[in-house]
Every structure is written in structure tokens, then in C-alpha cells.
Write a protein that binds this ligand. Structure first.
Ligand SMILES: [Zn+2]
Ligand SMILES: [Zn+2]
Length: 393
């Protein structure tokens, strides 16, 4: 069984607050926990960021919305190695390489932002539902100046946000306790269900602390679709008029009771886009004509059809309770987060991997990359990065 599309996966740019010319690029499903690791507040930071004279680090910006862990790793690698990646054109890559040769060590902030911009523009990534989110005022400014100077506009699929932390809550822990909780609800079929309640961005603050990395944003749409597909009379696809199994159907996230085959809707959205693509980006609901984003449809569908059944989940939870609790304690997050993250991390790696495009892994590195991609912890990922680093030097 393959895994659902992860609730959250991002690539990030770190900058040392002590020596701002020191930058670091990584990827993670849990940016808050990862930043704490880089700053030595919890175990598992990267070797280079562990140097005390460079700490603390700030997370200046993230690119979020990757449909899989592998795709986030591909983006991360391409951003780290703009002069090697095959995802931007040869001439641009050479240009990046020239910059790199002239100035050592490492790329400057402007060069990092420039290669980020090129990657977001590249055919490989420009159709992904990515969001670029700035947390740092100066990095956001540098980005805007670069875009203005070069008169650049990004693909409309990519959302760009400035999301700084505005105020510190007086007691951050109390604010968090107030914001998170659980309540019990009855579903339409009479089952008892625990619902997580969570308000983000309390006190008007944003920043990395207010990021929602859970499936919560999909929850209302998910519940609505599950209930809709329980109704037998609703099981006809509005596009082909044939009966549809629950496991093959999707709904609409607007105020509308449209039901369609996933494949019928994909085909229709691709026709609306009018080009030879394989995966749609957006289109219109055939019933209410509201705009539909493919990433949201696919996210809900994968959550509904690929998330483990209650039975399986119980079994998995039993085996994982110990590890999960430790991880939850280390991460300082609610247990529910950890279960959801782990559910996306454990199974189906093989299937994902079989679809992996190894185009960005340099020759001779395939084996090391393979081992590292199968591994789940960050130290294994470090070895991939170190290996690639060795190859470069
Ligand atoms: Zn159909
Ligand atoms: Zn609709």
C-alpha cells in the first residue's frame, strides 16, 4: 500500500545570525523541529550547522508543497548544486557555475535566491503547487529587489508569501497549550471520533512557529467527501454518468455535491489546460464551476484511500508507541502530529523510489543516494550530502 501525499514537506534556507554569509539548504517535514536541531537545542543537527560559532541559525525562507519526500529531496539537491542540476538549462547552469568558480567558498545569498528563482521557473518544478514563504524581512527584501531589477514574474501556480513573526507571546508554552486540544464528536454513522482543535497564528503572530504542518487544512474537505460518498445515490460520476466506487471517486471542496472519477476529472482538467501535460494543475468543477486545484483534490484522495485503516493503524501505533512518544517529547509537539508524519514516512518507500528520477544524482553516486533515500533519519541524509560534497571537491 502506498503512502498518502505528505501533509507537509519543505526545502529551507538557513542563515547564520552570527555570520550572515554562512548559508545552508536542507529539507524536512518538520521545520520547527529541524531548526531546533540545527541550533543544537535538540539532537540530530547537521554537521556544518553544529559549529558553535555559527549558531544560532534562522530559517529565512521555505519552499513548501512538495507532493513527496523524494520530490523535496530532488529540489533540495538541485538548489544546493545549481551548477550541476539538469533541471535548469545548460546555459543558465554554466552561468551559475561561473559564479561559483569566481567566488569561493559557497554561494552568496543573492546567488542562492537567483538559483531558487531559476529552479521555480524550470519546467521540472514550475507546474508543482509550491509556495515560497519568507520569514526574514531582509531576505524578503533581497528577493523583491532581485525580481524588480530583472523584471521577473514567476509562474502563477507558485504562491509567494511574506510571513514574519510579528510578536512574541508573553508565555509561548501557555499560548500553545491554549491553541491545541482534542474534542470528541459523533460521525453520521454513529462512530466516536476524536477531532483535533487547533488555532494557528494566535496573537497575530506568523513565522515558522505558526506554520501548520498537519493534515488539518484538508480536514473539512476530507470529512465532507467521506460523508458524501456514503450516500448511495451520489455514486454517479458527473462526467461519464457511470457508477463509481468510493475508492475511485473524488468530490469538490466548494459548497457543492459533485462526485466524479478521479481519472475523469483529471482528464477534463487536462483538456481545460489545453497542453500536453500528464498531471493537471487546476481547472473548474463540472458542477459548480468553482476553481479546483489538483494538489488539493489529490491530497484528499490520497489521504482517504492510502491512509491506513483503523485496524492497521492500531497495529502500527502499538509497534510505534514507544518511538512515537520519544519523538513527540523531543519535538515538543502533540502526539497526533507525530502519528501523521510517521504514517507518511514508513511505507511505500519502495514504490516512491521506483518512480524516482535519478537524473540529478551524479554518476557513481547512485548507490549511496539509494541507501540514503531509503533511510529515514537525518544522519543518513547527511551522508548523502557529504558524499555529494566529496564528489564536488
Ligand atoms: Zn467518470
Ligand atoms: Zn463544485
Amino acid at each position: 500500500m502506498s503512502r498518502p501525499i505528505p501533509a507537509f514537506y519543505c526545502c529551507y534556507l538557513l542563515r547564520s545570525l552570527v555570520r550572515p554569509s554562512s548559508l545552508y539548504i536542507g529539507s524536512t517535514p518538520e521545520p520547527r523541529r529541524r531548526l531546533a536541531q540545527h541550533n543544537g537545542e535538540s539532537k540530530g543537527g547537521a554537521c556544518r550547522t553544529g559549529k558553535a560559532h555559527l549558531q544560532p541559525w534562522e530559517m529565512c525562507c521555505i519552499v513548501q508543497g512538495f507532493p513527496s519526500r523524494i520530490s523535496a529531496l530532488q529540489f533540495e539537491w538541485a538548489w544546493q548544486h545549481p551548477h550541476l542540476t539538469k533541471r535548469i538549462t545548460t546555459s543558465l547552469r554554466q552561468e551559475m557555475g561561473e559564479c561559483a568558480k569566481q567566488k569561493r567558498p559557497g554561494y552568496s545569498l543573492n546567488e542562492r535566491l537567483r538559483s531558487l528563482r531559476l529552479l521555480l521557473h524550470s519546467p521540472a518544478f514550475s507546474r508543482w503547487p509550491l509556495t515560497l514563504r519568507f520569514f526574514s524581512v531582509s531576505v524578503d527584501k533581497a528577493w523583491n529587489e532581485m525580481c524588480k531589477k530583472n523584471q521577473i514574474s514567476l509562474p502563477t501556480e507558485i504562491e509567494i508569501l511574506y510571513d514574519p513573526r510579528i510578536s512574541e507571546p508573553e508565555d509561548p508554552e501557555a499560548a500553545l497549550r491554549e491553541d491545541e486540544g482534542e474534542k470528541v464528536e459523533l460521525t453520521s454513522t454513529g462512530k466516536v471520533k476524536k477531532v483535533r482543535t487547533r488555532k494557528y497564528a494566535a496573537n497575530g503572530e506568523g513565522g515558522i512557529q505558526a506554520l501548520d504542518t498537519s493534515y488539518w487544512p484538508l480536514e473539512m474537505y476530507h470529512q465532507k467527501t467521506v460523508e458524501l460518498l456514503e450516500k448511495p445515490r451520489k455514486r454517479k460520476c458527473v462526467i461519464c454518468s457511470k457508477k463509481t466506487e468510493k475508492e475511485k471517486a473524488v468530490g469538490c471542496y466548494h459548497d457543492c455535491e459533485m462526485v466524479a472519477h478521479l481519472s475523469c476529472l483529471a482528464e477534463q482538467m487536462l483538456k481545460q489546460e489545453g497542453e500536453g501535460h500528464v498531471v493537471p494543475v487546476k481547472g473548474w468543477c463540472p458542477e459548480c464551476r468553482g476553481e479546483l486545484k489538483w494538489s488539493t483534490i489529490a491530497g484528499e484522495f490520497s489521504l482517504r484511500t492510502r491512509m491506513k485503516s483503523e485496524e492497521e493503524e492500531k497495529k502500527m501505533a502499538k509497534a510505534k508507541t514507544k518511538a512515537g512518544m520519544t519523538a513527540a517529547a523531543a519535538a515538543g509537539t502533540a502526539g497526533t502530529d507525530v502519528v501523521l508524519v510517521e504514517a507518511t514516512e514508513s511505507e511505500g518507500e519502495l514504490e516512491m523510489y521506483s518512480r524516482l528520477d535519478m537524473g540529478d544524482i551524479p554518476e557513481g553516486m547512485e548507490e549511496e543516494a539509494e541507501r540514503s533515500l531509503f533511510a529515514l533519519d537525518d544522519s543518513d541524509m547527511e551522508s548523502l550530502r557529504d558524499g555529494v560534497g566529496r564528489l564536488e571537491s
